[in-house]
Design a protein. Structure first.
Ligand code: HEC
Ligand SMILES: [Cu+2]
Length: 321
């Protein structure tokens, strides 16, 4: 397992210009806080181990503080901490300005809408090649990408630590964020505003790839699903229309539900249920029959399927590549 795929490391490295200044700021503030703690601890130890003064000496010292500028130490302490805090404030404002917008026009704009507890991702929102997918964002490497952020229900927050800071998604509002990956790779993202029972299982991935690979992915996603041909898959599509189409869309079929992840190219995704499980045929069928065990309170009910319906449905889902 490489460093970058260990969970803690998601937040400990930067892979692009929108997150690097934030990462350095984080370490600088940590260093400042640790420094202050150490200074306080040192002063405290000095005070503890100093020879205990007699009552008479204490009275004399009190006198001294007011009379010969003994308050200077207090003044220096106050001014130093004020200066440090002001410097930290200026540095923070500078970082905010530095990451506010990319240095050049974004190559691409995508729209991400947060739902309890998954992410809808839209490409070419108002264009001819508009398509939706879920929980997996592809971007060309080395290019700034604008992300318009919406929410369908409550406040969530979009965070890909290696690529940018956090931005909330707020119902009725569009917030803007930009991300850029300077190296190809898979970057984990996470909802970072508590939004209910499955907040922790509201993850996603950003996959940064070469322009050619990105374009290949885009073209495949923009296609509608082919009609099933095998007998099992045709029956499976009927099961899908009965049991699933009220919530899920498969473009190219009559299934047009909007309250759940689009399944047109389900097979192309690495994970299902917002990062809860790897996308294998077995996990998909487990999910369909037991979402309430895998993600209690998720907005998909457990669906009981007869063995024959299960087999047909699996055959149909296997065509959604
Ligand atoms: C009442 C609405 C509803 C119905 C009916 C429903 N689903 Fe879902 N489904 C959802 C929601 C909501 C999610 C997202 C859950 C989450 O990740 O929190 C989901 C997620 C999924 C996923 C994971 C997709 C991904 O990329 O993460 C699959 C696969 C899926 N459903 C298949 C089905 C199938 C097949 C049926 C019919 C047998 C079905 N669903 C019926 C609402 C529904
Ligand atoms: Cu959330």
């Amino acid at each position: 397992m490489s460093l970058q795929s260990t969970p803690l490391a998601y937040i400990l490295y930067s892979a692009g210009p929108a997150s690097r200044p934030v990462l350095i700021l984080g370490w600088a503030l940590t260093a400042l806080c640790v420094g202050v703690c150490l200074a306080i601890a040192a002063l405290l130890l000095i005070a503890v181990f100093r020879r205990r003064a007699s009552t008479v000496e204490i009275a004399a010292e009190r006198e001294a503080i007011t009379e010969h500028g003994g308050g200077r130490a207090v003044l220096i302490g106050t001014l130093t901490s004020t200066a440090l805090l002001l410097a930290a404030l200026v540095y923070m404002l500078w970082v905010l300005a530095a990451v506010a917008s990319p240095s050049r026009q974004p190559a691409l704009t995508i729209t991400v809408t947060a739902y309890d507890w998954w992410w809808k991702v839209e490409y070419d929102e108002n264009g001819p090649q508009h398509f939706k997918t879920a929980n997996e964002i592809h971007i060309p490497v080395g290019e700034p990408v604008q992300v318009n952020l919406k929410s369908a229900d409550v406040i969530h927050a979009f965070w890909v630590p290696a690529l940018a800071g956090k931005t909330q998604t707020i119902p009725g509002q569009v917030n803007r964020q930009w991300i850029q990956a300077d190296r190809p790779g898979v970057y984990r993202g996470q909802c970072t505003q508590y939004c209910g029972a499955q907040h922790a299982h509201m993850a996603f991935e950003v996959i940064a790839e070469s322009q050619q690979d990105y374009q290949k992915w885009f073209d495949a996603q923009a296609r509608v699903a082919a009609a099933p041909t095998s007998a099992d898959a045709v029956l499976g599509q009927r099961v899908f229309m009965d049991r699933c189409a009220g919530c899920h869309t498969v473009r190219g079929s009559d299934a047009a539900g909007v309250q759940a992840p689009v399944l047109t190219h389900l097979l192309s995704r690495r994970l299902i249920a917002a990062g809860a499980l790897p996308n294998t045929p077995r996990n998909v069928m487990d999910w369909i029959t037991h979402p309430q065990e895998i993600k209690p309170q998720a907005l998909m009910p457990d669906i009981a399927l007869s063995p024959a319906d299960g087999r047909d449905l699996a055959a149909y889902l296997a065509t959604l590549n």
